[in-house]
Design a protein around this ligand. Structure first.
Ligand code: ADP
Ligand code: MG
Length: 339
């Protein structure tokens, strides 16, 4: 990455004895939308607070747009960092209009124009004179986003911005959010505990566990090549098996999986349900014992000769029925040396 817009280097934060960030590092490229995703309590909010300047790190350094904002003896206050923040609970001012909320941090002669432009960007140009309570949850969320974008910040930080919305609104908003941020050319870090949301929306996803980033990459790559079983399971459905390497392969209940690990290695093997391709075959080793039809695909539960059951996700063109005997082809698999 050439010259990241935000660079967080080796930041540690503890509250009393408890560590919230542990040698946390993150680079964010200009114009990219990074999702910081991890289970509740892993340190996501703390990381955003350090970047924004609301939390002083015990150690480490943050650089924004080439300027060290904290570290090396410096500590630039939040209002001087040119960072916009969208909080979980929106934090709109209830007693002033939408336009006044949006214009709150904007100075200069073109303030009215800027407020209009940014309200238009979020599709609320006709709602400027309303009060926050006269808007739906999704509209309030867009006002919060407009307010963060209005001063033209270098960076927008969003902390679980959809947590107050119901499921259909969330899906709509996440698509809109992506379009709005891209339309504004913004660089953004978006925090969520919802891996599906992170995979759907982000250019790059950073997976956090226990105060540090365990994997960083484009969604396709981290999904297809998780670094360990924990990340594999966190990001989606995963069948986890184990076995010892012999002769360039691991023998598992699903058959033999190729690997370059040396003979004798103890391994964890991970297969996504859509990496299993069952084929109807009267002499097949497996038997379909359950099936759920989704239209675009089907989830098929298959019983193996040893009685184990696994689930495959299969395109509906390859129609399966309960009772079918199937042979299994494993299209892809990840093999890790056991830790
Ligand atoms: P996340 O946003 O991923 O849920 P947080 O950054 O809020 O995680 O918290 C990380 C850890 O730090 C958690 O264990 C949390 O309980 C703890 N923590 C957060 N804020 C404080 C605080 N002000 N005082 C003490 N502990 C805190
Ligand atoms: Mg949080």
């Amino acid at each position: 990455m050439n010259d990241p817009l935000i660079s967080v280097e080796n930041v540690s934060v503890s509250y009393g004895d408890a560590g919230a960030l542990d040698d946390f590092s993150l680079d964010v490229a200009q114009g990219s939308l990074v999702a910081l995703v991890g289970p509740s309590g892993c340190g996501k909010t703390t990381a955003l607070r350090v970047i924004a300047g609301f939390q002083h790190p015990d150690e480490g350094k943050v650089t924004i747009h080439g300027t060290v904002v904290v570290g090396n003896g410096k500590d630039v206050p939040p209002e001087k960092r040119n960072v916009g923040m969208v909080f979980q609970e929106y934090a709109l001012f209830p007693h002033i209009s939408v336009a006044e909320n949006v214009g709150y941090g904007v100075r200069g002669a073109d303030r009215i124009q800027r407020v209009h432009d940014v309200l238009k960007l979020v599709g609320l140009e006709h709602h400027g004179s309303r009060f926050p309570h006269e808007l739906s949850g999704g509209e309030q969320q867009r006002v919060a986003l407009a307010r963060a974008l209005a001063p033209q910040p270098d960076v927008v930080l969003l902390d679980e911005p959809f947590s107050n919305l119901d499921a259909p609104q969330r899906e709509r908003m996440r698509r809109e959010l992506r379009k709005i941020l891209k339309g504004a050319g913004a660089t953004a870090v978006f925090v969520t505990h919802d891996q599906a949301e992170a995979l759907a929306i982000a250019d790059v996803i950073a997976i956090m566990r226990d105060g540090r980033i365990v994997q960083f990459g484009i969604p396709d790559d981290v999904y297809a090549e998780p670094v360990d079983p924990w990340v594999a399971r966190f990001l989606g459905d995963a069948i986890l098996l184990s076995g010892v390497v012999q002769d360039g392969h691991v023998a598992t209940i699903l058959g033999s999986i190729d690997t370059r690990l040396p003979a004798g290695s103890h391994t964890d093997v991970m297969i996504r349900p859509e990496w299993i391709s069952p084929r109807i075959d009267p002499d097949g080793r497996g038997k379909v014992v359950d099936r759920e039809f989704y239209g675009h695909d089907q989830r098929v539960e298959i019983e193996l000769p040893g009685g184990e059951r696994i689930e495959a996700l299969v395109p509906t063109a390859n129609r399966m029925t309960v009772g079918d005997r199937v042979d299994l082809e494993i299209v892809d698999a990840i093999v890790w040396e056991k830790k």
